[in-house]
Design a protein around this ligand. Structure first.
Ligand SMILES: O=C(O)c1ccccc1NCC(=O)[C@H](O)[C@H](O)COP(=O)(O)O
Length: 203
């Protein structure tokens, strides 16, 4: 099971996540209390080994901004959290995780319109920002077999208590967390380590 820890802003948290076996480290460039600048992300990325993928999170960015970040940080993958179209994703020409926020009436047939190498991240709708709300979407509104689960990350309100259930229910490619590994709004090294162990089933 792949694990993405998102919204990291301090080297000590990144080092703990890497040590515990995280596969993806996410930097939020979109408007958020977790937002980092390109310069900060570049410095933070110096402690990430090449075996761990760096992911930049954006909401409806310009193509130029994304490509600048890919080059400067550098980023392995771009996570798009807005209304980015299949043609935007295709033209971008870099590995993409497309976030799909699940609410009543979300049309999941759009998934098939994106290039076949795109990964998806199923998430709850944002509240203050476009993601990272800590809310769980209605898992049972989704029939896992209807989605390309080998290319899907499950996100949205995951934590140490529910991540095992999410893995069992969806059998996804990976899981993603931000709020669930925080205490009082700050990343918590102990929660990061326990979350990764729970997700990977090696607690
Ligand atoms: O995390 C943010 O603050 C954020 C802001 C704007 C767009 C996306 C954002 N996060 C993207 C993520 O990948 C989060 O990990 C994902 O939404 C799950 O968050 P959480 O429910 O807090 O675990």
């Amino acid at each position: 099971m792949k694990v993405k820890i998102c919204g990291l802003r301090h080297k000590k948290d990144i080092e703990a996540a890497v040590e515990a076996g995280a596969d993806y480290i996410g930097f939020v460039f979109a408007k958020s209390r977790r937002q980092v600048s390109l310069e900060e992300a570049h410095d933070l990325a110096t402690v990430i080994p090449t075996s761990v993928k760096t992911v930049g999170v954006f909401v409806n960015p310009s193509m130029a901004d994304v490509l600048q970040a890919v080059k400067d940080v550098p980023l392995d993958i771009v996570q798009l959290h807005g209304q980015e179209s299949p043609s935007f994703v295709e033209t971008l020409g870099v590995p993409v995780i497309k976030a799909i926020t699940l609410s009543a009436g979300t049309d999941l047939s759009t998934v098939s319109l994106y290039p076949k190498n795109v990964h998806f991240l199923l998430d709850a709708p944002g509240s203050a920002y476009e993601g990272g709300s800590g809310h769980v979407f209605d898992w049972h509104a989704i029939e896992p077999k209807t989605l390309p689960m080998g290319r899907v990350f499950i996100a949205g309100g995951l934590n140490i208590e529910n991540v095992h259930q999410a893995v069992i229910y969806f059998d996804p490619y990976g899981v993603d967390v931000s709020s669930g590994v925080e205490t009082d709004g700050q990343k918590d090294v102990s929660k990061i380590m326990r979350f990764i162990a729970e997700a990977k089933g090696d607690k």
